[in-house]
Design a protein around this ligand. Structure first.
Ligand code: F6P
Length: 521
């Protein structure tokens, strides 16, 4: 069954939120804390190794109650049920949205067109395991009998960003294979990658759901030609594998059908890293770590499906984001991981979130007169503190932020980690509470700058009242990473439901492609 068509602005809760916004829009976070002594505790959720502190948001209990009422009036429970059970919620493409099935290791059957899809998922995972183990152990040989040393993932969008982000994030867990990613149609990108590669020891993983994407086919063709400079056609089978739904196109390209890892139409590209699209992940960190990634995501799925909205992490994150987007008119959100390993998370989430909810037509095909998808950007702490944080602290815009951190470091450099976390917490405090004129005055006096008080004071004041979520895991592991990614997948799902859009198509990318073809020809 399709999703319901409910205009959020026509709900009772929306009207109440509009009035409530007038009541609290100028309330400072300091006041929220001083009038609610247990706020930090009350507005913190802990689920296993994950803690979400959402106390530094410009909300009170009434805001939360009304936002939950909005979720109820938007029939979120019904939507979640449809999402997990394989209903055709991607109506415009007549597809189910079942990336969650890829990590569901239970015996629960999930039916598409009267057939259970779970056996095919299991079979593909088994094939990924066998293949990964052969390549990692050196049993899989290249055309001159040498073991593989390098993996090149050729794909773009969801066929690149997810695997690349995860392989970077799990670098600590990585084996001896060197992993490379080619995505851009810019020939300099592919040239830079192949210039240091040895065709005898390199494995190419061509990833394209459709196998029609210009960038991927161009890069794969260039690489195949480069490979054939030294090898012959029959050697392709030892060096090229493909992940796709389009078997005909793969075989036309010359890839052995035994080397094909299937994908399905019920997995959207930007949610596909859990499928065989994750082959480069499994090759880079081993199948067991890939499985742990799936397990982490599955734990988040269970939490999301079964937890009341008031205590449901993705739901709360989504509702708070709607509050800023639609009532405070905030346009952007920053993702700020305090781990260099997560340097690619912001770009990965840009596709997931912006390709999903960047829509201006509702589920009834009508133009929307309220704001939808947020603009996502960000970078890692502490680097970004020395770059763009000036604007977040003292600029004119309100930018909701997600701080993501880990209690323990991986290599155990204690002092570094203490400093990293000190900065992590300090930033959220500075954003929320700022520094008053009186405090600046005292500071200048103590630092013997009394003569400069009049000239410097206004520039050193921090208004504060800048919102943030603090999302802390115990440690960066494949499992916690899986949970983190799934958390954002569900957050964007909830937002799409509230905004009454279809989150799982992406027609907005098509016109540019068409025109590029016209210019190219
Ligand atoms: O152009 C957007 C897009 O369709 C994404 O949604 C997708 O992840 C990407 O292109 C790559 O598509 P494919 O995997 O079919 O090559």
């Amino acid at each position: 069954m399709a999703l319901k068509n409910i205009n959020p602005t026509k709900t009772q809760a929306w009207k109440q939120l509009t009035d409530h916004f007038e009541d609290i829009k100028d309330t400072h976070l300091k006041e929220f804390f001083s009038t609610h002594p247990n706020r930090a505790e009350d507005f913190t959720l802990a689920v296993d190794d994950l803690t979400l502190d959402y106390s530094k948001n410009r909300i009170n209990q009434t805001t939360l109650d009304l936002l939950v009422a909005l979720a109820n009036e938007s029939e979120l429970t019904d939507a979640i049920e449809k999402y997990f059970s394989g209903d055709i919620i991607n109506s415009t493409e007549q597809r189910a949205v079942l990336h969650t099935a890829l990590r569901d290791a239970s015996d629960r059957e999930i039916m598409i067109d009267n057939a259970n899809i779970k056996p095919a998922i299991k079979q593909t995972l088994d094939k990924m395991q066998v293949f990964s183990e052969k390549v990692i152990s050196g049993q899989w040989k290249g055309y001159t009998g040498k073991a593989i040393t390098d993996i090149v993932n050729i794909g773009i969008g969801g066929s690149d960003l997810g695997p690349d982000m995860v392989v970077t994030a799990l670098q600590y867990y990585k084996n001896h294979l060197n992993t490379h990613f080619v995505s851009n149609v810019d020939g300099d990108h592919v040239s830079e990658i192949i210039k240091n590669l040895n065709p005898e020891t390199t494995l190419f993983v061509v990833v394209s759901k459709t196998f029609t994407t210009q960038e991927t086919l161009s890069n794969a063709t260039t690489i195949k030609e480069w490979f054939l400079n030294t090898a012959s056609e029959e050697d392709i089978a030892k060096h090229f594998v493909a992940v796709s739904t389009n078997l005909a196109a793969i075989s036309e390209f010359g890839i052995d059908t035994d080397n094909v890892f299937p994908m399905w139409n019920w997995v959207g590209g930007r949610f596909s890293l859990w499928s065989a699209v994750g082959l480069s992940i499994s090759l880079s960190v081993g199948f067991q770590n890939f499985k742990s990634l799936l397990e982490g995501a599955s734990e988040m799925d269970t939490h999301f499906k079964n937890t009341p909205f008031q205590e449901n992490i993705p739901v709360l994150l989504a509702l708070i984001s709607v509050w800023y987007n639609n009532f405070f008119d905030c346009e952007t959100e920053a993702i700020l991981p305090y781990s260099q390993y997560l340097s690619k998370l912001p770009s990965y989430l840009q596709q997931a979130i912006m390709e999903s909810n960047g829509k201006s037509v509702d589920r009834d095909g009508k133009s929307i007169n309220y704001q939808t998808g947020t603009i996502i950007w960000g970078s890692t702490g502490t680097n970004m503190q020395h770059a763009f944080m000036q604007l977040v602290h003292q600029g004119t815009k309100v930018i909701p932020t997600d701080f993501i951190g880990f209690e323990t470091s991986l290599y155990g450099l204690e002092d570094h980690h203490k400093k990293l976390l000190a900065n992590y917490y300090a930033q959220t405090e500075a954003l929320a509470f700022g520094k008053t004129k009186e405090e600046v005055h005292l500071d200048l006096k103590f630092n013997n700058q009394t003569s400069q008080i009049n000239t410097l004071l206004p520039f050193k004041v921090f208004e504060g009242n800048k919102p943030s979520n603090t999302i802390t895991f115990q440690k960066l592991t494949p499992k916690s990473l899986g949970k983190l990614i799934a958390m954002y997948e569900h957050k964007l799902f909830v937002q799409g439901i509230i905004w009454n859009v279809f989150s799982y198509d992406q027609f907005g990318v098509e016109l540019g492609k068409e025109l590029a073809h016209k210019y190219y020809n």
